[in-house]
Write a protein that binds this ligand. Structure first.
Ligand code: C2O
Ligand code: CU
Ligand code: CU
Length: 504
């Protein structure tokens, strides 16, 4: 259907782009030598059998040479900054040892993974204390997709991610494996984690100095942890697994020569049909897998990826064998179950900016369950953003534990690249987005704006997915326990904890 249509706009409401915010920090291309794009290595399983995979994920502190001169103190997963890419195969039972070698508590949240909550999901109820480890296990039972792992210790998620606690997670399955997509990791299938940072004295991060309740930004694009990166193109087609891993920044992506590219997957997996673009906007936590065809270029040429008008990644063209992209018009069947008759419609209202942000008029409370849905039901969630059309913000709405389908935006069809599964949907000011949501597992899960400072600031809630035949009670963490632990670990009094955002 879309084979010949090329989309050239960003779809979202232009007056709400983050560039219009008073506190907007424009990107600046760093004046340092270009460096090869860091390709995170793949985390090797400790053990793999026909049925099971075993991994150890370590949250650790280290140092990273981003800029000439002093190294930057950073955190990462099995790495100094960001992490190794974790690959799960659909159908396997996965065991993960989560180890915390940081000086303070953290959590390991599997963003986009359909697993039980709240412990396996790894939100704020699942702290792993310094020097300790915990074990989780779950079935990997969802379509091939690009997901991610990030820290989620409310209200310090933003600070932990800023320090580097985020990494790519790839689910593989037979359906995706049968499609004619590039999939040679590191060669023609590469993760592209989009972040921005500010470097202070001695090239260090200083989260508190950069703090903005509407989201922390920095002027320097940091792509897979690389400053001013280039990638050597040795195949005609390259698949980019784009992830907006920034705390606040939207990425408005386009290539030099307005080169067309094709989106093949969104947050939760492969799209029903490929969609061709010249411009693509990603908001916080969203993913898009795109295939870029360099067939019109010759060795020695360079192709630049921009966000707005700043170059963020250069592709250096080398010799490659001709390999035209022949995608079928239909890629996969995306599940689209019927809404359960007579089920309720859930309302989510995202309101405010700065410290005023709220979800359904309230701030997050770890011990309060705000909504419930029965396991097995397919229900409509109705998400509105009450910010003004003028001067308001886009709020990327995320739900844990599910991949949902977007029904409509203000009564209209979703954007053309929103026909697949999503776990994060950005809602324009004044917009009402309806989504269809179902779950494979019970648990207590979180839903929130994924501007991470908004989520830390309380634009977040919790819901329970319950099975009436197997009712459960959950022992939920409380904020006091977490705050006292943070204070103790940081060696400060509770009042001196530098944790902005949430009322303490
Ligand atoms: Cu990326 Cu609460 O999640
Ligand atoms: Cu999540
Ligand atoms: Cu928000």
């Amino acid at each position: 259907m879309n084979a010949h249509k090329v989309y050239t706009d960003y779809f979202f409401d232009e007056p709400a782009f983050n560039t219009h915010d008073g506190g907007y920090v424009p990107l600046v291309r760093p004046e340092v030598d270009e460096q090869p794009l860091n390709i995170p290595s793949v985390l090797s399983p400790d053990k793999e059998t026909d049925t099971d995979m075993y991994y150890t994920v370590i949250a650790q502190a280290g140092e990273t040479q981003f800029l000439p001169g002093a190294k930057t103190k950073t955190w990462g997963y099995n790495a100094n900054y960001l992490g190794q890419t974790i690959i799960f195969k659909k159908g396997k039972h996965i065991h993960v040892t989560l180890k915390n070698e940081l000086p303070e508590l953290t959590t390991f949240h599997w963003h986009g993974l359909n697993v039980p909550g709240p412990i396996i999901d790894g939100g704020c109820h699942a702290p792993v204390y310094p020097g300790e480890s915990s074990e989780i296990e779950f079935d990997c039972d969802q379509p091939a997709a690009t997901l991610w792992l990030h820290a989620h210790p409310c209200p310090s998620t933003a600070q932990h991610v800023w320090k580097g606690l985020a990494t790519g997670v790839v689910v593989q399955d037979d359906v995706e494996a049968a499609l004619p997509f590039p999939r040679n990791y590191g060669v023609d299938d590469i993760p592209v984690i989009l972040q921005d940072r500010k470097f202070h004295d001695d090239n260090q991060f200083d989260y508190m100095a950069d703090y903005d309740p509407d989201g922390v930004q920095g002027p320097t694009p940091v792509i897979n942890g690389t400053i001013n990166p280039y990638f050597d193109v040795t195949t005609q087609q390259v698949r980019l697994r784009l992830l907006d891993g920034a705390n606040r920044r939207e990425w408005r992506l386009h290539f030099s020569d307005d080169l067309e590219f094709t989106q093949i997957a969104s947050d939760g997996g492969v799209l029903p049909e490929p969609v061709t673009f010249t411009h693509l906007m990603l908001t916080c936590a969203e993913r898009a897998e795109i295939i870029v065809d360099f067939g019109n270029y010759k060795p020695g040429d360079e192709v630049t990826l921009y966000s707005d008008d700043i170059a963020i990644l250069t592709f250096k063209i080398h010799e490659f064998a001709s390999n035209p992209l022949n995608l079928p018009d239909h890629l996969v069947d995306v599940p689209d179950p019927e809404v359960t008759p007579n089920s309720q419609t859930h309302k989510v209202v995202m309101s405010g900016m700065d410290e005023e942000v709220a979800l359904n008029g309230r701030k997050f409370d770890m011990q309060r369950i705000d909504d419930r849905q029965q396991l097995g039901n397919v229900e409509v969630w109705d998400i509105t953003n009450t910010n003004d059309m003028d001067g308001g913000m886009l709020h990327p709405y995320h739900m844990h534990g599910t991949q949902f389908k977007i029904i409509s935006r203000n009564g209209h069809a979703p954007y053309p690249n929103e026909m697949g599964l999503k776990d994060t949907v950005s809602v324009n000011p004044g917009e009402e987005v309806k989504i269809k949501v179902w779950f494979n597992h019970t648990g207590v899960f979180m839903n929130h704006c994924h501007i991470i400072e908004h989520e830390d600031g309380g634009m977040m809630a919790q819901f329970e997915i319950f099975d009436p035949d197997h009712p459960k009670t959950y022992k939920l963490m409380d904020m006091d326990t977490l705050m006292n632990a943070f204070a103790k670990e940081r060696g400060v009094s509770r009042e001196d904890l530098d944790m902005p955002g949430m009322d303490m």
